[in-house]
Design a protein. Sequence first.
Length: 325
Amino acid sequence: MNTLQRALALGFGAALIQALMLIAFAWPAANTAPRDLPLAVTGPQAALVAEKLNQVSPGGFEITSPADEAAARQAIADREVYGAIVTGGGAPRVLVASGASPIVAQQLSAMAQQLSGVPAAAVEDVVAADPDDPRGGAFGAMVLPLVMSGIAGGVLLSLLVPTVPGRLIGLVTFGVVGGLLSMAIIQGWMSIVPGPYLALAAVAGLVSFAVSGTVVGLATAVGQAGIGIGALTMLLIGNPFSAATSAPEMLPQPWGAIGQLLPPGAAASLLRSVAFFDGAGAVKPLVVLLVWAALAVALLGIGFVKSRGATPAPATAPESEPVPA
C-alpha cells in the first residue's frame, strides 16, 4: 500500500468512526422515552390510573400495585420502582426519586399535573438528588471522565509497561489512587455526591480498574489490536448506553439493558445506589464490575502464559571449526 492509498484508507476509517460515534451518542438521546419503566400505583383508584397510563403510554410503564403508600415508599427506597402514584383523598399525589434519575422524576412530575388536572400537582421527592446538583447534570458528567481516564490509563500501561506483573501493579495503583482522588474532588471539593467517602472511592477505583484492565488485558492477550477493541467497546457502546443521565428503561432496548452489563452503566447504577439509597440495588452492578475486573486479570494471565511460552531458548555458541594446518 503506497502513501496515497494509506491516506485514503485512514481518512475513510476516521470518517466511519465519526459516523459510529454520532449514532452511538445522538441516537439514544433522540429516542429517550419510558420503556417498561417500573412504577408503583396504589390506593382505591389504582386500577383506573394504571389503565389511563397504559392508554397514554402503551408499554411505557411496568406497573405494580403495593398495598398502601408506605409500601410504595419502601419500594422506591429499595430501588424497585422509580416513583409512585398515590390515589385517594382527592387528586392523585406523585412520589418521585430524583436521586435515582432526575429525568424520570421530571417526567413523573409533569405526568402528575396531567393526572390531577391542576397547575401545581402534589409531588414529593422522597429520595432527592444532591442539593448542589438537583438536575443530575454533574453526576452524569462524572461517569465519562471515569471511563475516558480508564481508557487512557489502559493505553499508557499497554504501550509503556512491557511486563505483565508491571501492568498489574500499575492497574492496582491506578484503581486505588484514582478512586481516592476522584471522590476527594467530586465529594470533598465539588460536593455533588452524598454518601460514605470510602465506599464511593472504592466504587470509583473498581470502575477504573475494570475499564483500564479490560484494555490492558486485551492488549496483553491478543496484541495491540486489543487496545482498540477495548477502547471502542467502552467508548462507543458502554458510555452512550450507560444511562448515567437518565435511566436504562428510558433508552432504546435492548441497548439500555446491554449498557448495564458494561462497566460505564454498572458504574452509574452502583454509584447511585451507594450515594442515595444506602446500597439498595447495588448487587447487580457490583457483580458486573467484579466480573469485568476478573476478566481483566484472566486476560493478563493468558498473556503472561503466552509470553512465557514464546520466550526464545538461549542461543548456543557455534562450534569453532578446526584451523587447517
